[in-house]
Design a binder for this molecule. Structure first.
Ligand code: NAP
Length: 366
């Protein structure tokens, strides 16, 4: 199967490339190859590639930025989504459009199901919901996949932000009245791979299992990064690194106090839903749900992220370049590389060096 991936350099896009290319031909497209807001460029790219599947992981994802930049939000997230859907229809490809938990207002007490009426409370959610509507107007062969609280090796996300702040600060305040489900981009990519094998088109909720608040998410990040926690009577949590439990990327972490706060105490330009937990109801009904528990995924992610490795520096033939696993780095002005860790069935880990034009494309087993 040939897959055209829009938004290939993004957090989710780069994981989709990694997962899908083991079994499929993946053509990664960044904004440079095709701005999804430009219909003619999207059409000509799709025509050239002639894919069986198009995954649209491109979006304007700055939730607060969308409030002050409505035009860009709707141009990329709604018109862009429509353009990619038109291209998918024109070349007869299945379409995957990634949407969000922020299409809901958060007033429901229980997890949201696919047929609960959406009612976004911020511009980002509105633009993504309009994207969903326009996708449905353009093609029947669509998978609209609503996900939430994504993290991965590429780009910035809550996991990386917490670990960075733990190096920079002694105290941290984290919102404890918004509930959702942290979801690893790698798990979501596997679910996308499964779903696109089928013709079970429609709208799907697709997050990990379980839920937490941002504060609970932060505590779990510190736990799996190697911290020990002691709860104060005030509700704040004193975290101390346990030298035996630290992972290779968390050796330099310092003690920190994390305190729960309300959304009102932590005002942001965009309102967020209090509850945006999604039930993978449609996946479960059809026996297609392969999403793991969020804490298990997080623990696995933190075991691997930031492991350091060395590869020969081809510029000088001596010395080495040091970089984090999963990070793309340039080894020449037109040549990028990335190291991935791939768990094998026998329990071993395969170290994979991928080299090529940005993003890297050719694999070498280390
Ligand atoms: N992150 C989350 O927590 C979360 C939660 C729910 C749903 N989602 C959805 O999941 C999808 C992937 O999100 P992500 O976290 O991977 O976001 P991301 O890291 O911000 O990646 C989005 C990618 O889209 C590209 N892009 C932006 N505008 C474009 C345009 N006009 N044409 C082509 N490419 C463009 C960006 O390129 P530049 O960097 O050059 O702008 C970036 O590489 C999005 O649809 C998002 O709405 C994300």
């Amino acid at each position: 199967m040939r897959v055209l991936l829009m938004g290939a350099a993004g957090q989710l896009g780069s994981e989709v490339v990694d997962i899908l290319r083991s079994e499929h031909e993946v053509v990664p497209a960044t904004r440079n190859e095709a701005d999804i807001a430009d219909l003619s460029r999207v059409l000509s790219l799709a025509d050239r590639v002639s894919p069986q599947v198009i995954v649209n992981a491109a979006a304007y994802t700055d939730v607060d930025g969308c409030e002050s930049n409505k035009g860009k939000a709707f141009l990329v997230n709604a018109i862009g989504a429509r353009n990619v859907a038109i291209a998918a229809r024109e070349v007869g490809a299945k379409l995957v459009y990634i949407s969000t938990d922020y299409v809901f207002d958060g007033a429901k007490e229980e997890p949201y199901l696919e047929f609960d009426p959406p009612y976004p409370i911020n511009v980002y959610g509105m633009s993504k919901l309009l994207g969903e509507i326009l996708v449905k107007e353009q093609t029947n062969q669509f998978f609209i996949i609503r996900t939430a609280w994504l993290y991965g090796k590429t780009g910035s996300n809550f996991v990386k932000t917490m670990l960075r702040l733990a190096r920079e600060r002694e105290e941290l305040r984290v919102v404890n009245d918004q509930r959702g489900t942290p979801t690893c981009g790698r798990d979501l990519s596997r679910q996308i791979a499964e779903l696109t094998q089928t013709e079970s088109y429609g709208t799907y909720h697709c997050t990990s299992q379980g839920s937490c608040t941002w504060f609970e998410f932060a505590l779990a990040i510190f736990k799996y990064a190697g911290y020990e926690a002691k709860v104060d009577p005030s509700g704040s949590v004193r975290l101390t690194p346990n030298p035996q439990a630290l992972t290779p990327s968390t050796q330099d972490l310092k003690p920190i106090i994390v305190s729960p706060v309300t959304s009102e105490e932590f005002p942001r330009p965009a309102r967020r839903p209090k509850n945006s937990v999604l039930e993978n109801f449609m996946l479960k009904l059809q026996g297609l749900d392969i999403m793991p528990l969020w804490e298990e995924s997080l623990a696995k992610f933190l075991r691997n992220v930031g492991r350091r490795y060395q590869v020969p520096d081809r510029r000088s033939q001596v010395g080495s370049i040091e970089s984090e696993v999963g990070a793309t780095f340039m080894i020449h002005e037109s040549c990028a590389a990335k190291v991935s860790l791939i768990p094998k069935d026998n329990g071993n880990i395969l170290w994979l060096l991928t080299i090529g034009h940005k993003p890297p494309t050719t694999d070498y087993h280390l």
